[in-house]
Ligand binder design. Structure first.
Ligand code: ADP
Ligand code: MG
Length: 249
């Protein structure tokens, strides 16, 4: 997969300022971020630095006090341009996997046949076709996470926002989910903004790694990872990038 150096931005955040009422200083102040179409960007930073806050602003869940977030692709009634995958998958326990994936489509203008086609497609893409009629408690932790990804993909976003999506699964599952997310990214062509506190994960996955630090949070490093894919875990090149990211943290 080539990096997307020439692609147009799919999302542009400019001059974002946001804080919380009881805090003396804002979490972000005059913060800029842009992600190109099809680009895989990882955001790394310590606990409490503002990664989730940034993701929620970029994802349109909360409005910044100042600044703007522009999604550059045209709006449409049959899709959402941004979609979020949370840490715990957040599947509704009373719905089957299929009905969970359908949930995001319920507020959109999508005909029944097209809805079913999309659900089948994202279940296939996430390797969950055989699980469609199961309830969340009948799925493994990794399958629940993939279900969260399937639900986010069903709305056909230009950018998939992921907030530490693999932090609650065991190490082996985590590696296989990383491989899955790269395959899904490659097949779907979506841009991904992936928040993690795991340096090795960021270097392994991303075209570009952004390190946040301080309060208000600034960009301590914005590094292109120009390694060919598929990448080998444990390679010296990857370790060198990880060391540089670690030094900026
Ligand atoms: N709802 C909230 N009310 C008050 N403070 C909050 C709230 N959410 C987050 N914060 C504070 O804002 C800072 C950034 O939080 P967050 O974006 O969740 O960081 P991260 O995801 O990097 O761990 C932290 O200091 C946190 O305590
Ligand atoms: Mg967080």
């Amino acid at each position: 997969m080539a990096t997307q150096l020439n692609a147009a931005p799919v999302i542009e955040a400019r001059g974002i300022t946001i804080g919380y009422p009881d805090a003396p200083r804002p979490v972000l102040e005059g913060f800029d971020l842009s992600v190109r179409a099809g680009e895989f960007v990882a955001i790394v930073g310590g606990s409490g630095v503002g990664k989730s806050t940034l993701l929620r602003v970029v994802g349109g869940l909360v409005a910044p006090e100042r600044g703007s977030v522009a999604v550059t692709t045209p709006e449409a009634k049959d899709r959402r341009r941004r979609s979020i995958v949370f840490q715990d998958g957040r599947l509704m326990p009373w719905r089957t996997l299929r009905a969970n994936v359908a949930y995001g489509l319920e507020g959109l203008k999508v005909a029944a046949a097209e809805r079913d086609r999309r659900i089948d497609e994202v279940l296939r893409l996430t390797g969950l076709e055989a699980m469609a009629d199961r309830y969340p408690h009948q799925l493994s932790g990794g399958q629940v996470q993939r279900g969260g990804i399937a639900r986010a993909l069903a709305v056909n976003p230009d950018i998939l926002l992921m907030d530490e999506p693999f932090s609650a699964v065991d190490a082996l599952t985590r590696e296989s989910l990383q491989d899955e997310v790269l395959r899904i990214w490659g097949e779907s062509g979506k841009a991904v903004l992936f928040v993690t506190h795991d340096i090795a994960e960021a270097a392994f996955l991303a075209d570009r790694v952004i390190v946040l630090s301080g309060r208000p949070a600034g960009i301590a490093l914005d590094r292109q990872i120009d390694l060919p894919r598929p990448r080998a875990r444990g390679s010296a090149e990857l370790a060198a990038h990880a060391a540089e990211i670690g030094a900026a943290l």
